[in-house]
Design a protein around this ligand. Structure first.
Ligand SMILES: [Zn+2]
Length: 149
């Protein structure tokens, strides 16, 4: 849940409140009897996106649109709050928070090549078998076995 600033248009009082992103624009009661209005956050990431290494995806993220597309393509959603993602959601003093990681030079195509290599290794893996009566079978590709998916 992000923290937002509210200001009363009548008495100019300002307060900070932790509210759900979806309801941030809902006016909040002011002690003066009026209602405080949501203030557009100036410290927000409106200045631009800072590229970072996404440890969950295992690749560099160069823009918010790229992150959104990659998450969507993989059927994933960013956990935590809608703005800051999962970071800083853990409130425990024992939590080990991970800061934004510096770029590692790993692109989506690097990741895809790695996945293809791993699939190839899996497909070419040879497995031997022993029948119930003790006969050794010639090792063959895992995918050649009847119960292989
Ligand atoms: Zn007021």
């Amino acid at each position: 849940m992000p923290k937002f600033d509210y200001q009363c248009p009548d008495c100019q009082r300002t307060e900070e409140h932790w509210v759900d992103f979806e309801v941030r624009r809902t006016p909040r009661p002011c002690p003066c009897g009026s209602f405080m209005e949501w203030q557009f956050p100036l410290n927000f990431e409106i200045a631009g996106f800072e590229p970072f290494y996404h440890e969950g995806l295992g690749m560099d993220i160069n823009g918010p649109r790229e992150l959104k597309q990659i998450l969507k393509a993989n059927g994933m959603v960013e956990a935590g709050d809608k703005v800051g993602g999962a970071r800083n959601e853990e409130k425990s003093v024992h939590a080990q928070k991970l800061d934004k990681q510096p770029l590692q030079g790993i692109s989506l195509s690097d990741l895809q090549r790695k996945r293809e290599r791993q699939k190839e290794i899996g497909d070419n893996m040879r497995v031997g078998a022993v029948t119930p009566d003790g006969k050794r079978l010639e090792p063959r590709k895992l995918s050649d076995y009847p119960n292989a998916r």
